[in-house]
Design a binder for this molecule. Structure first.
Ligand SMILES: Cc1cc2nc3c(=O)[nH]c(=O)nc-3n(C[C@H](O)[C@H](O)[C@H](O)COP(=O)(O)OP(=O)(O)OC[C@H]3O[C@@H](n4cnc5c(N)ncnc54)[C@H](O)[C@@H]3O)c2cc1C
Length: 417
């Protein structure tokens, strides 16, 4: 329980906002969680469910600049660029690609490790004592390559993971077949990382966490947040569709949609929506033993309750473009080769938007110059992994306590204008 009770409005009921609300409620704060949809219905619904502690490297690693033009034009590559969207994308993309170097990748990896390195324990602590506990499962995380040369080509990443203290073991085709017999011959080299975790139903999990926060007194309001009401440099309320919610603290945790809300706060935030896709195969004849990343396809196959989910890839088309067909075809092409005997009853598909920052680091902390506004967004490919720790850090900051990790790299003030 904190000595300075706050009246906090959290905008966004994805994994980040819901984790923040639950930790705040446990701190004894008065919390209102605001979302225009229900909890866990946007990006936090459709991800691969992986608690990817070892995913410390950013997407724009060394070599991306050389590969990018081919990736954008070759339909066999897991990148989908809507040419009409290019003018809107270009300023962000330019800044993003400036980080595509070994030095920037190492810097990002070191900065994000304390936020994601203990993700399974962070989720267990968040869900502890709530019905959400049942969705948090320990597991390996496996990388699958067609052959050893794919693994060797990724040496930079594996050397960095070794330096960061992650354990892994490399399996050849035969060893992998005995590790997980449901796979065929398409994976000739696999890397097994122990001590990871998965969420067996990401959407249901976030809903269960939100219900737990409500059980501790948090309120849920279904409405669109339009702006933050301020007076004399202090937050006074949150403007909603129709009325104003009085509060003294606001957390912007609106995922890929957060830029609009921060525009009036003196921040120029290089945030862009990055599309990602999934298909689900319901009632499958077999399920994989652990989540597996198809390195060539840049997607993960994860066992989930009643289905297998294939999720990942990258697209740039803005919020309003319809989903392209190509990623769904690509999922099925890889699947046919890797799991030739698999049968299932029904297929469902989805597209969502990752909150992608140009420097691949989230924005977590107080907004400079205004008392009572905090941000918690921009976690791109690792928002599920990092959500609970982000929420705990924000709850600590709001309650006047110092987080026990270096939050300097995530400070919103890096984008003050
Ligand atoms: C295909 C795919 C696979 C992925 N796989 C993984 C994975 O395996 N592991 C991992 O760690 N991460 C993964 N991610 C990334 C992860 O899903 C995201 O980083 C994470 O869900 C972001 O959570 P969030 O709470 O910031 O945003 P969201 O879940 O998008 O929540 C934002 C919420 O804000 C609400 N909102 C927005 N604007 C307003 C407003 N003005 N007023 C009211 N409400 C508003 C929205 O309705 C939404 O509910 C994946 C992403 C994709 C697309």
């Amino acid at each position: 329980m904190t000595s300075i009770p706050r009246n906090v409005a959290v905008i966004g009921a994805g994994i980040v906002g819901v984790s923040t609300a639950l930790w705040l409620a446990r701190e004894g704060q008065q919390v209102t969680l605001v979302d225009r949809a229900g909890p866990g219905e946007a990006t936090s619904f459709g991800n691969a469910g992986l608690l990817a502690s070892a995913a410390t490297l950013p997407v724009p690693g060394p070599g991306l600049l050389r590969k990018a033009p081919r990736m954008a034009l070759d339909p066999r590559e897991p990148l989908y660029l809507r040419m009409r969207h290019l003018p809107a994308l270009a300023p962000w993309l330019f800044r993003y690609l400036r980080h595509a170097s070994a030095e920037a990748a190492r810097k990002r990896a070191d900065a994000i490790l304390p936020l994601i390195g203990d993700s399974l324990a962070d989720h267990q602590a968040l869900a502890s004592g709530t019905p959400a506990e049942k969705y948090v499962l320990p597991c390996d995380y496996v990388y699958g390559y067609a052959d050893r040369s794919g693994f060797e080509a990724d040496r930079f990443s594996w050397d960095l993971r070794t330096a960061q203290g992650f354990d892994f073991s490399v399996m050849d085709r035969t060893a992998f077949r005995s590790y997980d017999p449901i796979f065929g011959d398409a994976i000739g080299c696999a890397v097994r990382m122990p001590n990871h975790g998965r969420i067996s139903d990401p959407g249901a999990y976030v809903k269960a966490l939100a219900a737990a926060a409500e059980g501790l007194g948090a309120k849920f309001v279904r409405s669109e947040a339009k702006g933050i009401v301020r007076k004399d440099g202090q937050v006074r309320g949150l403007r909603l569709d129709g009325d104003t919610l009085p509060c003294d603290t606001v957390v912007v945790a609106a995922g890929a949609w957060s830029k609009e809300l921060t525009r009036s706060l003196g921040l120029v935030v290089p945030l862009h929506p990055e599309s990602g896709f999934h298909i689900e195969l319901w009632d499958p004849s077999q399920t994989p033993r652990a989540p597996l990343m198809f390195a060539a396809g840049k997607f993960v196959i994860t066992p989930m309750e009643g289905r297998i989910r294939l999720a990942g890839m990258v697209g740039y088309g803005g919020f309003d473009a319809p989903p392209p067909e190509a990623p769904y075809r690509m999922f099925l092409r890889h699947l046919k080769k890797a799991l030739p005997g698999l049968e299932w009853k029904e297929t469902t598909r989805w597209m969502g938007h990752r909150p992608a920052m140009a420097d691949s680091l989230p924005m977590i902390g107080p907004v400079p110059g205004i008392s009572g506004v905090y941000t918690g967004f921009g976690h791109d490919h690792v928002g599920l992994t990092a959500g609970p720790k982000t929420g705990r850090i924000l709850a600590q900051m709001i309650s006047g306590r110092r987080p026990n990790i270096d939050v300097g790299p995530f400070a919103p003030e890096r984008f003050s204008c």
